[in-house]
Design a protein around this ligand. Structure first.
Ligand code: AHR
Length: 510
């Protein structure tokens, strides 16, 4: 027996927000156009222009939220270009992604329709980099105001009588980079300014998300936590109930972007050796230290942990598939991506005291996608399967775990072979997700859990393959998919399992 996992049923304290399993759709390459939006006249089956196959597949993930319209696109997006009769909408240049023409056929109404079809919460990112305060304020009014106002009137003229519910709103994206190349000292003031006009209207309550750091930029986090919200005591005389909502923090969440990539050589999604397998596992695991360091800074200013860390862009970033537009970020997705998804999600679960949301980049045809499309065909990627297997953790209670794992060694370096998280859902079922990152060795593991006995009912599923780079193609769409896992032996208070090399396993204990 080489590894032991102890699960503490009594130490449960935090809920794994279902929003950790969120997604991201940008006007980038073939994500929105072709991937989601085909238009009402398309021969591809659709509902009001939105592909039916995509909606069915994503609903199966219990997709909790969808971030839109960017990404870098968000800070060049002027929402009024995307409303009204489609043939009259202006065309613009998508300067970040291939400099292609954007016809604005997918705009606010189409996005909110998509969210309704998916039964998911919209997460809209506003334009700080090149937009005005007024423009942002009017967008929120257009979306959420139920009374008489210029924006509510415009919305009604465009066919939507009732406002939508909108909780998540981002005040800019990557404003240290494509969103305006700002210093954090400048952005902090901009944030305070813009967010003032993002108002709660008609009973709608907005969760405001500030642009946070890239990777390990701790200075950005420090300044935003210090300056981004007003923590002074309210002046009692000025408190007028229901008029001045002084008690709400002005910053509900702050983002963090971390991609698993090598910026000096993006490499290939499908052509790699073990050295690159190891390298990408290592780059992925680095996120945990970064999360801990940011959380420490956040704890200093917000010990009650009210402000959420929102990892609204994460995932693998490889070189594009040969022959495709370099600006479209289209990459294949292999078993390596599946392990990387599993590791990240386990880490996010284990830090759910601070992480309130995460959004993998991106949902279709871009970066670490859930789904790839080619004309009317679509395939589910190994990453999709991990999200589907892990959906049992959504909204469940995190169970603390203690893992003693041997190492996966490559050259002179080593990483823990096992990566794990566990939770208990409201019906009492316990779920354990395990990744064995070693591509060569099976791991014999003992799971210690009070209450287990010979009559316990265990079910398991596994995602693995013989090759490290196994992936689905349009000709062979089901080469890699989850199968039943029954490699276990039960005892009093424990379970022994044999975890195959390079595998993701989810167990259910009843
Ligand atoms: O997800 C692709 C891009 O990566 C996003 O537009 C941007 O925010 C990030 O740099």
């Amino acid at each position: 027996m080489s590894s032991i996992i102890s699960i503490d049923k009594h130490g449960a304290k935090y809920t794994i927000s279902r929003h950790i399993y969120g997604h991201f759709a940008e006007h980038l390459g073939r994500c929105i156009y072709e991937g989601i939006w085909v238009g009402e006249d398309s021969s591809i089956p659709n509902t009001r222009g939105i592909r039916n196959d995509i909606v069915i597949a994503l609903r199966n993930l219990n997709i909790p939220n969808l971030r839109w319209p960017g990404g870098c696109f968000a800070d060049e997006y002027h929402w009024k270009d995307g409303i009204g009769p489609r043939e009259q909408r202006p065309t613009i240049v998508n300067t970040n992604w291939g400099k292609v023409t954007e016809n604005n056929h997918f705009g606010t109404h189409e996005f909110m329709d998509l969210c309704e079809q998916l039964d998911t919460e919209p997460y809209i990112c506003g334009n700080v980099g090149s937009g005005t305060v007024q423009e942002m304020q009017e967008w929120v009014e257009y979306l959420t105001f139920n009374g008489e106002s210029p924006m509510a009137k415009l919305r009604r003229e465009n066919g939507r009588e009732k406002p939508w519910e909108l909780k998540y709103f981002g005040i800019g994206n990557e404003n240290w980079g494509c969103g305006g190349k700002m210093r954090v000292e400048h952005y902090a003031d901009k944030y305070r300014n813009y967010q003032t006009y993002v108002k709660d209207l008609s009973g709608n309550e907005i969760y405001k998300i500030a642009c946070g750091p890239q990777e390990a930029d701790y200075h950005w986090m420090e300044v935003m936590m210090r300056e981004g919200m007003d923590r002074t005591e309210p002046v009692q005389d000025a408190i007028i109930e229901n008029i001045w909502d002084y008690h709400r923090p002005e910053m509900n969440g702050i983002s963090l972007h971390y991609y698993t990539r090598n910026r000096t050589n993006y490499g290939s999604a499908t052509k790699f050796n073990e050295e690159l397998w190891f390298d990408y596992m290592k780059r992925t695991m680095k996120i945990e230290g970064i999360i801990k360091n940011h959380a420490e800074i956040m704890d200093k200013y917000d010990p009650e942990k009210t402000v959420g860390l929102i990892i609204d862009e994460w995932g693998t970033w490889f070189g594009v598939e040969p022959g495709t537009n370099p600006g479209f970020l289209y990459q294949q997705n292999t078993l390596r991506d599946a392990l990387i998804a599993g590791i990240n999600l386990n880490i996010f679960n284990n830090h759910c005291d601070r992480i309130h949301m995460a959004n993998i980049a991106q949902v279709i045809n871009v970066l670490q996608a859930m789904i790839l499309t080619e004309g009317e065909k679509m395939i589910l990627t190994p990453s999709y399967h991990v999200f589907e297997m892990y959906k049992v953790h959504q909204g469940a209670t995190l169970l603390p775990i203690y893992v003693s794992s041997p190492f996966y060694c490559y050259g002179k370096e080593r990483l823990p072979r096992l990566n794990v998280s566990a939770s208990q859902d409201e019906t009492g079922k316990i779920h354990i997700s395990l990744c064995n990152i070693d591509p060569n060795c099976t791991e014999e593991t003992k799971i210690e859990l009070e209450g287990l006995n010979l009559n316990s009912f265990i079910e398991g599923r596994i995602l693995t393959a013989t090759a490290m780079n196994e992936h689905n193609t349009f000709d062979e769409p089901e080469k890699i998919k989850p199968t039943a896992f029954g490699n276990y032996e039960l005892g009093e208070g424990f379970l022994k399992i044999s975890l195959p090399s390079k595998s993701v396993v989810v167990l259910e204990i009843n």
